[in-house]
Design a protein around this ligand. Sequence first.
Ligand code: ATP
Ligand SMILES: Nc1nc2c(ncn2[C@@H]2O[C@H](COP(=O)(O)O)[C@@H](O)[C@H]2O)c(=O)[nH]1
Length: 186
Amino acid sequence: MQMGQLIVFTGPSGVGKGTLLRSLLARHPELELSISVTTRAPREGEIEGRHYYFVNREQFQGLIATGQLLEWAEFAGNCYGTPRTPVEEMIAEGKLVVLEIELEGARQVRETFPGALQLFILPPSPEELERRIRVRGQDSEEAIARRLHRAQVEIAAADEFDIVIVNDDFDRALEAIEMALFAPVS
Ligand SMILES: Nc1ncnc2c1ncn2[C@@H]1O[C@H](COP(=O)(O)OP(=O)(O)OP(=O)(O)O)[C@@H](O)[C@H]1O
Ligand SMILES: Nc1nc2c(ncn2[C@@H]2O[C@H](COP(=O)(O)O)[C@@H](O)[C@H]2O)c(=O)[nH]1
C-alpha cells in the first residue's frame, strides 16, 4: 500500500483555516483531519472529539511526558497538540492526513516529517483579519489581543512554508488549495 502524506495548514487565528478546511474535507472525503488536544475551554457549539479533545493542563502535561503528542505548542495562553498514534496509523494506511496547527507546531513537524506539505494561509490585510476574529464572536477582548499580536509573528514567517495562499475571495482560496494538493505535477 502507498504511504500516506501529512498536510499542514497554518495561518493566523481568524484567517479562515477552519472554514476552508471544512469545505475542503466535504469535497474530498479522502482527506482525514487530525483532531487536536487542547487546554482551551470549549467554545459554544464545539463538540468533544469532533472539534478538539478538551483536557486540563495536568492531563496535557501527561500526554507530553509520555510521548503521546506528535507536536505541541502554547498559543495565546492555552496548550494545543496533535495526538501521535492516530496520525501515524492513518499515514501507515496510506491516507492524506491534515493538521491545522499554529507556527511552532508546524516547525516541529518540519523537523520530524520533512516530507509533509506545508501551506500557509494569509489574510488579505491585518484589518480584515481583525474583522474576521471579531465577527466570529467567540473570543474575549484579551484573547483577541493575544491572537492579533501572535498573528504578526506568524505572518512574518509565511516564507518558511511550501505554499502561501491569500484567503481573500473564499472560493478562489479553496481552488488554490485544491490545485496545491491535487493538481498533477508536470
Ligand atoms: N474568505 C473569507 N472572507 C470573509 N470571511 C471569511 C473568509 N474565510 C473565512 N471567513 C470567516 O472568518 C471567520 C474566522 O474563520 P475561521 O474560524 O475558519 O478561522 P481560523 O483560521 O480557523 O481561526 P482559528 O485558528 O482561531 O481557529 C469566520 O467567521 C469565517 O466565516
Ligand atoms: N501546534 C498546534 N496548534 C494547534 C493545534 N490545534 C489547533 N492549533 C492552532 O491553535 C490556534 C488557536 O486555535 P483555536 O481553536 O483556539 O482558535 C490556531 O492557530 C490553530 O490552528 C495543535 O494540535 N497543535
